[in-house]
Design a protein around this ligand. Structure first.
Ligand code: MG
Ligand code: MG
Length: 268
């Protein structure tokens, strides 16, 4: 069943999501060649705990870390590990917190050093598609309109692969609530959007094939052709005239600009 949130609950969800945004921004200051993703994960865990939260992913269905950190052909659900990041890597960081009983969830993809125009375009278009989906997250539209907008921009316009087996989701006291929010769909189809619905919209967009598989760790999702993938995610509350973004990329994009090791030219 779908849990529609009160105004008070939406404000609590905003607090949780802002903590997620600031956690990712904290990591954005530290990403550089030579650091490993386990170090980033430890920083995230300490930051969340220092701010009164609990990592929402750690222990979720047995996931062992605070962040999903997915590098290059890893799409999502990557395990932080001891491999050093290097120039040219595309690094998706997805994390969640529980604060006052409410969950925040957001994700951002970074690139280290110089990247080709093809890669810049993948990141830019994926981020753009998130906002095109968010534009439809208001009363008068349906869930299918969100997925349609994302698919139009990424798959139809740019020929990228939209992952089908993973979707966005409702969010509240639980990390994953109903409804599913696919990144593909048909206009005018699916659940009618109403005020009080809070969802995470999260395009997972592959440079090549849409097809993916699970790795040996039983968690990490990889592209089948080994090509790159990007992932951006906001949690939002459906509004009457526009969506209310509960997470924000502002501190993340600021940190991205200030970190000389990160490529930031595609920032919107
Ligand atoms: Mg997420
Ligand atoms: Mg999510």
């Amino acid at each position: 069943m779908i849990y529609y949130k009160t105004t008070e609950e939406i404000e609590l969800l905003r607090k949780s999501n802002l903590l997620v945004s600031h956690t990712i921004a904290t990591l954005a200051k530290e990403i550089k060649p030579g650091i490993n993703t386990l170090q980033l994960d430890k920083l995230a865990e300490a930051f969340i705990q220092d701010h009164g939260g609990k990592p929402a992913f750690k222990g979720y269905k047995g996931f062992p870390y605070t962040c999903c950190i997915s590098v290059n052909s890893a799409v999502v659900h990557g395990f932080p590990n001891s491999s050093e990041l290097k120039e040219g890597d595309v690094v998706s960081i997805d994390t969640g917190v529980v604060l006052n009983g409410y969950v925040g969830d957001s994700a951002y993809t970074f690139a280290i050093g110089t990247i080709s125009e093809d890669v810049q375009q993948l990141l830019r278009v994926t981020k753009e598609s998130l906002y095109k989906g968010i534009e439809k997250a208001k009363v008068g539209y349906r869930i299918g309109d969100i997925g349609w907008a994302i698919q139009e921009h990424t798959e139809k316009k740019h020929g990228y692969g939209v992952v089908r087996s993973l979707t966005g989701h409702g969010i509240g006291k639980s990390l994953h609530e109903e409804p599913d929010v696919p990144n593909f769909g048909r206009r005018g189809n699916g659940l009618k959007l109403q005020e009080g619905l809070v969802i995470a919209i999260e395009p997972m967009i592959n440079m090549g094939t849409k097809d993916v598989h699970v790795g040996d760790d039983d968690w990490t999702i990889y592209t089948n052709d080994g090509k790159l993938s990007a992932h951006y995610e906001h949690s939002i509350a459906v509004g009457k005239t526009k969506a209310d973004l509960l997470s924000t990329f502002d501190p993340i994009e600021q940190a991205e600009k200030e970190n000389p090791f990160l490529f930031d030219k595609y920032s919107l």
